[in-house]
Design a binder for this molecule. Structure first.
Ligand code: ADP
Length: 359
């Protein structure tokens, strides 16, 4: 480009004007790329001192207020980056490497060094969120396979016992068949919950306007017999007319999951209370129980997929460990918020806030 500029400038005034125009456009293009790219970009001189930095470079590396004019190592505090830059500069070839622990937020980026005739350009693409999502997905697949393996292993062991002779003893065989039914029901529940969770995560919401109090009353009705059997007092405090907008099916799932947990984790003689109210711009729904409670250290984790405070207890009561993560996903997708307060051996309160609709 610079050779062309020189050549054209010596030719005529018109071409100089045309070239100035070309130069201006090139400058505009450079600035648009430099600031518009999603990558952090640093220009380095041959002594590895930063001569230019874009906005993302400040966001990624900003260890000091000003990075232009400072040595690469001082601004990035990364020996890996310095080494990559020195090797690239010495070889004259562009080099790329994924480097972690960058900047004050310890981010991960794919760093590329492109040597120039003097100095080099560093381009760093932040991949922290991508890598975190990959880890979450891998963990999720590992968790699902672990959760499926437990009932499958039981079914296999019981079937083998039947094949090896238990089939001949009718009462034993009947008990074993009952256990197989129990385990297959568990597998079906996991499959159902996984489907609901995936829908909550990816599905388009079929939004409508409905009365949260009516929906809660209906869900409440479905639990009355179960509460009576468990000798738990079930109460509802639901006013008239609490319009919200969202997916009725999904919000019903939320209320069902919270009531189901409240009954599961409350011993005989306890009380479960479902309440809803409106304060200013918010409609709140609250499920309160006098159950076993959740330890403070477990509270932030109960919304994670497959997280259970007491695995054996959850399994025994038919839990999959997915109920609260379904609640959280649905509420997030509705622009609401869910929180929990709990005291061990006293009880738990789950509260959901929705943006209220005009009455
Ligand atoms: P699960 O199917 O195991 O009930 P959830 O995702 O619904 O899974 O809940 C996660 C964990 O949070 C449960 O295993 C339990 O340990 C705890 N938990 C949820 N709700 C309550 C509650 N109302 N009282 C006490 N513990 C609860």
């Amino acid at each position: 480009m610079s050779a062309a500029v020189f050549f054209n400038r010596t030719k005529s005034r018109e071409s100089t004007i045309a070239l100035d125009e070309q130069g201006r456009r090139a400058q505009e293009l450079f600035l648009a790329l430099f600031e518009g790219t999603s990558a952090a970009v640093l220009e380095l001189d041959s002594a590895m001192v930063i001569t230019r930095a874009n906005r993302h470079a400040y966001e990624l590396f900003a260890m000091s207020a000003e990075i232009v004019g400072t040595p690469l190592l001082q601004s990035t505090t990364s020996l890996d980056i310095l080494e990559l830059a020195l090797v690239a500069q010495a070889s004259g070839d562009a080099l790329e490497k994924e480097i972690s622990g960058l900047g004050p937020q310890r981010r991960t980026a794919v760093v590329r060094i492109i040597p120039k005739s003097e100095g080099a350009v560093l381009i760093a693409q932040d991949v922290t969120d991508l890598r975190r999502l990959e880890t979450v997905r891998q963990d999720f697949v590992a968790n699902v396979s672990h959760e499926l393996r437990t009932p499958l292993a039981s079914i296999r062991a019981i079937t083998e016992a039947l094949q090896e002779g238990a089939l001949e003893e009718k009462p034993v065989a009947e008990r074993f068949l009952g256990m197989i039914v129990h385990e297959t029901e568990r597998l079906a529940r996991i499959a159902d919950d996984l489907l609901v969770l995936t829908r909550a995560e990816t599905g388009q919401l079929e939004k409508g306007r409905f009365d949260l109090a009516d929906l809660a009353r209906e869900a409440f009705g479905k639990f009355q017999t179960r509460a009576e059997k468990a000798e738990i007092q079930l109460e509802a405090h639901l006013p008239e007319n609490l319009p919200i907008s969202g997916s009725e099916d999904q919000i019903e799932q939320v209320v069902v999951n919270l009531l189901d947990n409240a009954l599961k984790y409350t011993p005989k003689g306890g009380r479960v209370r479902l309440a809803a109210s409106r304060h200013g711009g918010k409609v709140s729904l609250c499920v309160e129980d006098t159950g076993i409670g959740i330890k403070a250290q477990d509270l932030p984790r109960v919304f994670e997929r497959f997280y259970r405070v007491d695995k054996a207890r959850s399994r025994e009561s038919g839990g999959t460990g997915l109920g609260l993560s379904i609640v959280k996903h649905i509420i997030d997708a509705h622009g609401g918020a869910v929180r929990v307060e709990s005291t061990i051996n006293k009880g738990s309160t789950f509260t959901i806030d929705f943006p209220a609709e005009e009455q």
